[in-house]
Design a protein around this ligand. Structure first.
Ligand code: CAA
Length: 391
């Protein structure tokens, strides 16, 4: 049995209320609240990047023993900070993981964390004593007044994969699909993605429909076999359309009701955080785990991963006895503690860029911090700090 033993999450300490954004953009707030099913989004200051978020999401879940047993660190991201050096190398150092480990980065839009999990599973099949740290970390930035602006967000989900998982045991039922399309992409010369918005939503839904059909054909399973289904969440309304697409007429009304209630639990955190790209499917899982009152050990959970470009995958796992002991009770409290920004503050803070001197140094202003932060750049090298060591 291989699966998720521990799960952690980090998001920036700032948020933007979407009613404020809607009013500033002369838009009906209901478009964001009921049209997209979003209420707030997390906003990352310049002192927060995918490395600080990644390390912060993993710090609290790792014990000394974990740090000594992890032999692979994979960071999945589509907002990489360097074309050459992997974010995972910084994360390996910040988390003080034993040196004889592989650390690398993977990319395929919002899908890559799913590929990382599969690779972790294959590695542990060969080396059952290994522990693999898979982290999905991203900052979604579409640009001021763009169609995607209300769906921005930032965050990281860290998952410790082992051969004795205490949260979710993976089943061997993965079905993936690749189609070469241009629905959402970000060329190296652009800070923000190019998006064919409506087309991307159609591709998401069609990828889901066709992969689900193939999954059912190969496994013989139906939705009746699932207690809940988690989706990649670019914005929760699209995931809801996804659920409706796969709920066929043969389902009992009780099952439909149960799946809908579980879905509501699975989007609670995303409604307040926004899109965190490759981590968003796993934030949906975390939200389901921590807010559902009906889930129980043995329940089968379905996962639909989608990354533009596009690659998608459906797989499932079974909740493990005692999984509730591995969760955090005060997640909502932490989300509520974020500082609310005005639209003007958000526009300055989210789009701030380093001001380099001629030596390649830049000092960053001090912002509210997670466990790790970026203090600036020295000779174009990122300067990461541990918040506890500052205190
Ligand atoms: N009150 C209530 N609802 C309203 C409303 C109002 N006053 N005005 C509009 N709405 C509803 C619309 O009816 C629509 O809902 P339905 O789709 O259910 O009909 C919803 O609000 C959105 O409105 P629009 O269709 O007018 O679309 P938009 O201008 O808000 O843009 C988007 C939507 C194109 C998806 C845009 O958010 C975008 O470009 N997002 C980025 C791309 C994206 O997220 N794509 C998803 C698939 S790609 C992927 O999954 C990878 C990834 O993470 C990016």
């Amino acid at each position: 049995m291989i699966g998720i033993d521990k799960i952690g999450f980090a998001t920036p300490k700032y948020k933007l209320d979407l009613t404020d954004l809607a009013l500033a953009r002369q838009t009906d707030p209901e478009k964001y609240h009921s049209g997209l099913l979003l209420d707030e989004i997390s906003i990352a200051p310049i002192s927060e990047d995918i490395v600080t978020l990644a390390a912060s999401s993993a710090k609290d879940i790792l014990t000394k023993d974990d740090r000594e047993s992890i032999d692979m660190v994979i960071v999945a991201t589509e907002t990489g900070i360097d074309q050459s050096k992997a974010a995972a190398v910084y994360v390996h150092h910040l988390l003080d993981i034993q040196p004889f480990a592989r650390s690398f980065e993977v990319k395929e839009a919002c899908y890559s964390a799913t590929a990382a999990l599969h690779y972790a599973k294959l590695h542990i099949e060969k080396s059952p004593e290994s522990k693999v740290l898979v982290i999905a970390s991203d900052i979604a930035k579409y640009g001021i007044a763009s169609a995607g602006e209300p769906t921005q967000g930032a965050g990281s989900v860290a998952m410790l994969i082992t051969s004795h998982p205490r949260i979710l045991a993976f089943n061997d039922d993965n079905v993936a699909q690749t189609r070469d399309i241009m629905d959402f992409w970000r060329p190296n010369y652009s800070d923000v993605p190019m998006v064919d918005g409506l087309y991307s939503t159609k591709q998401y839904l069609d990828s889901l429909k066709t992969t689900w059909k193939e999954y059912q054909k190969r496994t013989g399973l139906t939705l009746e076999d699932f207690a809940a289904f988690c989706f990649h969440i670019p914005f929760p309304k699209l995931a809801l359309k996804g659920l409706n697409k796969i709920m066929d007429r043969s389902l009992t009304p009780e099952k439909k009701e149960a799946l809908s209630l579980a879905f509501d639990d699975s989007i609670r955190y995303s409604k307040q955080v926004g899109n965190i790209y490759t981590g968003s499917l796993y934030l949906s899982f975390l939200s389901l785990l921590e807010t559902s009152s009906t889930l129980k050990a043995g329940d089968r959970i379905g996962f639909f991963s989608y990354g533009s470009g596009a690659v998608c995958e459906i797989f499932s796992g079974q909740l493990v006895d005692g999984y509730k002991d591995m969760l955090l009770a005060n997640r909502q409290e932490n989300l509520d503690k974020r500082t609310a920004l005005s639209v003007e503050e958000y526009e300055t803070l989210f789009y701030e860029k380093p001001q380099f001197d001629d030596k390649g140094d830049a000092a960053f202003s001090s912002y509210d911090k997670n466990a790790f932060y970026l203090s600036g750049m020295t000779n174009h090298q990122r300067q990461y700090k541990n918040t506890e060591e500052d205190a």
